[in-house]
Design a protein around this ligand. Structure first.
Ligand code: PMP
Length: 294
């Protein structure tokens, strides 16, 4: 079966799904998007993703020409048309075609498209062994330049950091913010685990550090609290990473993955830790069995 793309209201074959060279999404990265997982035929946290899409669009003054309900139906239609029981959806809304100048208000028709496909962010074996990361010299976008809370189509900041990781032989980079505090990775949020006699606790950078408010981050925070693990959001430095008992990353594409080395320092035992394993299991069970349709 050939892939079908939802493009501005209708399903078309993939080779007919094209955007104009005058689209400001292409010319300037001017647009917003979401990446969404499909688990066992259910579209995971679709409403939460759509709410974030509309919030991002509001911040950049991009009027999405569909209601949230219409996009909800369009995502379901695309997933069904491509017979995806498990996979990944990319939903994009660009500013649309305009003139070659920056003026976004000369773009009258936003372009919306939905791709239902699969994704594999990191090699499978790293989910067993854990992953080595580096901290990038490229800092995360300053929140006063472009807030990392906007999930925009302009990912050059993250791509620069990803290049640093790949050049260093790592799969992912930790990005610091303009103050030197830990923000997030190029496509995932970051969690630190502390062990204590009375149980483990989690820490993840606060939104004010300049991070995307990850949907997976939120799910993992809820699961951890249900499992009796307190979660806090303190400012953290690289020092806090180096001395952590465990570290893991979360994201729609990445899911939950242990980090076992940061800048060539082993984290904890140097192997994925017990709390990360418990949370990974809770996450799998939640997405595959328990997740409500929200
Ligand atoms: N941070 C960045 C920069 C990302 O691109 C992503 C992936 N969308 C995340 C964090 C994780 O967010 P989510 O769990 O919503 O996929």
């Amino acid at each position: 079966m050939s892939q079908r793309i939802w493009m501005n209201g209708r399903l078309v074959p993939a080779d007919q799904a094209a955007v104009s060279v005058f689209d400001h999404g292409l010319l300037y990265g001017d647009g917003v998007f979401e990446g969404i997982r499909i688990y066992n035929g259910r579209i995971f946290k679709l409403r939460t993703h759509l709410l974030r899409l509309f919030a991002s669009a509001k911040v950049i003054r991009l009027p999405i020409p569909y209601s949230l309900e219409a996009l909800d139906a369009a995502v379901r239609e695309t997933v069904a048309a491509n017979e995806k029981l498990n996979g990944y959806v990319r939903l994009c809304v660009t500013r649309g075609s305009g003139t070659l100048g920056l003026n976004p208000f000369k773009c009258s028709d936003p372009t919306a498209f939905i791709i239902a496909d699969s994704i594999s962010l990191y090699p499978r074996e790293l989910y067993e062994t854990g992953m080595a990361v580096i901290t990038a010299a490229t800092m995360r976008n300053h929140p006063l330049a472009l807030s990392p809370r906007v999930k925009s189509m302009n990912y050059l900041n993250n791509i620069m950091a990803k290049i640093e990781a790949l050049d260093a032989g790592a799969n992912e980079a930790v990005m610091l913010n303009h103050q030197g505090y830990v923000a997030e990775c190029t496509g995932d949020n970051l969690f630190v685990v502390h062990h204590a006699a009375k149980g483990s606790s989690l820490a993840t950078p606060p939104l004010h550090a300049g991070v995307l408010e990850g949907v997976t981050r939120g799910v993992v925070m809820d699961l951890a609290r249900e499992m009796g693990m307190p979660v806090t959001c303190p400012d953290m430095t690289r020092h806090d990473l180096y001395v952590a008992d465990e570290i893991f990353l979360t994201g729609t594409a990445a899911e939950v993955i242990a980090v076992t080395r940061v800048d060539n320092r082993p984290i904890g035992t140097g192997k994925p830790g017990a709390a990360t394993a418990r949370l990974t299991q809770a996450f799998r069970s939640f997405v595959e069995n328990d997740a409500p349709e929200d």
